[in-house]
Design a protein around this ligand. Structure first.
Ligand code: PGA
Length: 254
């Protein structure tokens, strides 16, 4: 049985002061939840302070991006060992906003995944189609290409340490959620891809999150789908009450 994992992607929101305020609240509201893995992903500038507040709690911490080299002349970049040294356990890789605004490709995403795994960080790897692709009936082709490219040359042991996040780009920040059936259909496709590439036992272990306008009201129905194992939450992760409600609503389907 896969444990549900709810991760908050704060994007470019919150100063370190605001970040500490929010995680202090989450520490209070979510300290009794052990049935669900909970992760927050603040901006780099708040990572260390957030990690300090959440030390010895059941809430994990993730970065939102990283570079694949360990160190070097790469102005403005942050490496896996730097993130790891703070005590952080997760890193979001290949979010659609990074693909769209910062030129990330499946090839660079693959390098980042490998670097994260080498340093025992759990990558949360994002994939998803844009609206024109969905409307053009290309969703499965796009997902397959992204999986083939970003997960190329990964071993079975490595794939087990990855979390995948299916995020239809047209549902991100738009208030338009994929219906549970639409999301389940793609999640099932992703699990079948994993089965073909590895085997059923491995495919059954990999957690696949859904992302795109997840809110307290749609959480239980989405999490109730057989192949949806969590959520990557943007907007609704920025407030303690909505993020707490999302986590707690998962308990209805466990
Ligand atoms: P959203 O963002 O929940 O605000 O749609 C999700 C994401 O980008 O990960």
């Amino acid at each position: 049985m896969r444990k549900i994992i709810i991760a908050g992607n704060w994007k470019m929101f919150k100063t370190s002061f605001e970040a500490v305020e929010l995680v202090n609240e989450l520490k209070r509201t979510l300290s009794d939840v052990s049935e669900v893995d909970v992760v927050v992903c603040p901006p780099f500038t708040a990572l260390a302070e957030v990690q300090d507040v959440l030390l010895e709690t059941n809430i994990g911490v993730g970065a939102q991006n990283m570079y694949w080299e360990d160190s070097g002349a790469f102005t403005g970049e942050v490496s896996a060992p730097m993130i790891k040294a703070i005590g952080v356990q997760y890193v979001i890789i290949g979010h659609s906003e990074r693909r769209q605004f910062f030129g990330e490709t499946d090839a660079t995403i693959n390098k980042k995944i490998k670097a994260a795994l080498k340093h025992q960080l759990t990558p949360i790897v994002c994939i998803g189609e844009v609206l024109a692709e969905r409307e053009g009936g290309k969703t499965f082709d796009v997902i397959k290409t992204q999986l083939d490219g970003s997960l190329v040359n990964l071993t079975a042991a490595e794939i087990e340490n990855i979390v995948l996040a299916y995020e239809p780009v047209w549902a991100i920040g738009t208030g338009k959620t994929a219906s549970p059936a639409q999301a389940q259909e793609v999640h099932k496709f992703i699990r079948e891809w994993l089965t073909k590439k590895f085997d059923a036992a491995i495919a059954n272990k990999v957690r696949i999150q859904y992302g795109g306008s997840v809110k307290p009201e749609n959480t239980a129905e989405l999490m109730g789908q057989p192949d949806i194992d969590g959520a990557l939450v943007g907007g609704a992760s920025l407030k303690s009450d909505s993020f707490t409600a999302i986590v707690k609503n998962c308990l209805q389907v466990i």
